[in-house]
Design a protein around this ligand. Structure first.
Ligand code: GTR
Length: 368
């Protein structure tokens, strides 16, 4: 099967307007992505969640800096996990990022002793008038050795009988993205966050999670994927750079629903591809970033997803990504003209302060 046409339904109809996109094609795409890659969430995790939060710590001028710090326990549907918010010392609500912090990063930083965090430059963010809520993924489901037995976290809580798990049930990426939505529930009530301007952002496995969060929760105004690669922004089909495959990723990481591994070495049989995930953000803002020495995440295939996703934006009369032809894309250059932003940073797989600078430049320019 070639790359599925974004604007052609499974029944062969061509979508030409936003009404049909929203009524038919977008739901079809969301179903295909859930069914084959990320899994469906159980009803118990979707309904009557009545999200509340409990303030564990509150500091103004935290560590002698102009930072308001609030550490909260968020409870949704009875399940509790931790999050930390950092905001400027102003009273007006500010646009705020939800940063999905995976365990590898979590273990490197201690926000109780220092604000220094190479992956999330809190002082730069706050000094530019933004807030950031850092969500450690271990509170939703621990990553450990990347193997999932579903005996802990949200799985144990919402689906205690593991014998009922099916091949299209939610898995780790979906659990983490569920958490990002619950952080957004908190931010909609938090006095320092502008609820209309909340972005979701993550790096690598966090980038895959951010994309699924932005697709499943249309309250996110901006979705940012930093080097998300395979099962993130990277197109499965037609790659010329090599990079991670369904076979490898499903062997090493239990982050996806059981159905995904059925496409190992059979990617062309997938009824969806990742341009559909990027397109699910339309007409909202999206940003995809790659790293030049990260062939494993296949930057060219990340760009191709963005290019193909533009058809959904154009239905809304908006521009998708504006990129030169492949081969002419320059490193360390902002491609910020359209509603899908893009840059490729020189260097290895990672998220650094310079990436955040480009994300904030984009959001400064695009925010309504
Ligand atoms: C890589 C993996 C990627 C990505 C990354 C990470 O080794 O192959 O899919 O998720 O790890 O999250 O660090």
């Amino acid at each position: 099967m070639p790359i599925p046409e974004l604007l052609t339904t499974l029944g062969g109809e061509t979508i030409t307007n936003t009404g049909d996109w929203e009524a038919y094609r977008r739901p079809e795409i969301m179903h295909l992505l859930a069914e084959n890659i990320y899994g469906h969430r159980p009803a118990a995790a979707e309904k009557n969640l009545n999200t509340t939060w409990n303030v564990l710590l509150y500091h103004e001028n935290y560590k002698g800096k102009p930072v308001r710090y609030q550490k909260v326990n968020i409870t949704a549907g009875g399940y509790t996990f931790l999050c930390r918010g950092f905001f400027p010392m102003t009273e007006a609500p500010v646009p705020t990022f939800v940063y999905i912090m995976h365990e590898y990063q979590e273990n490197k930083y201690n926000f109780e002793t220092s604000l220094d965090c190479l992956n999330v430059p809190i002082l730069d963010i706050v000094s530019r008038g933004y807030g950031v809520a850092i969500m450690p993924t271990s509170g939703l489901y621990p990553d450990g050795d990347h193997k999932a037995d579903y005996k802990a976290g949200v799985f144990a809580y919402f689906q205690p009988d593991r014998s009922l798990r099916r091949d299209n049930d939610w898995a780790t990426i979906s659990a983490w993205s569920w958490g990002a939505s619950r952080v957004l529930d908190w931010l909609t009530e938090c006095p320092w966050a502008d609820e209309k301007n909340v972005a979701v952002l993550g790096h690598s496995r966090g980038g895959k999670t951010a994309l699924w969060a932005g697709a499943t929760d249309q309250r996110f105004a901006l979705t940012i994927s930093n080097a998300s690669g395979c099962s993130g922004a990277m197109l499965h089909r037609g790659r010329t750079e090599g990079g991670e495959t369904v076979e490898v990723i499903t062997k090493v990481f239990d982050w996806f629903c059981g159905n995904y591994r059925k496409f190992a070495n059979r990617e062309e049989m997938l009824p969806c591809d990742q341009h559909m995930l990027v397109a699910a953000m339309a007409p909202r803002l999206c940003y995809v970033a790659s790293c030049s020495e990260d062939a494993w995440a296949s930057p060219a295939a990340e760009r191709e997803s963005c290019r193909l996703a533009k058809d959904a934006y154009e239905l809304y009369g908006k521009t998708g990504v504006v990129l030169p032809a492949e081969g002419e894309v320059e490193a360390d250059t902002n491609y910020h003209e359209g509603n899908i932003g893009y840059h490729v940073k020189t260097g290895a797989h990672g998220i650094l302060p310079e990436d955040w600078t480009r994300y904030m430049d984009f959001w400064d320019a695009k925010r309504g």
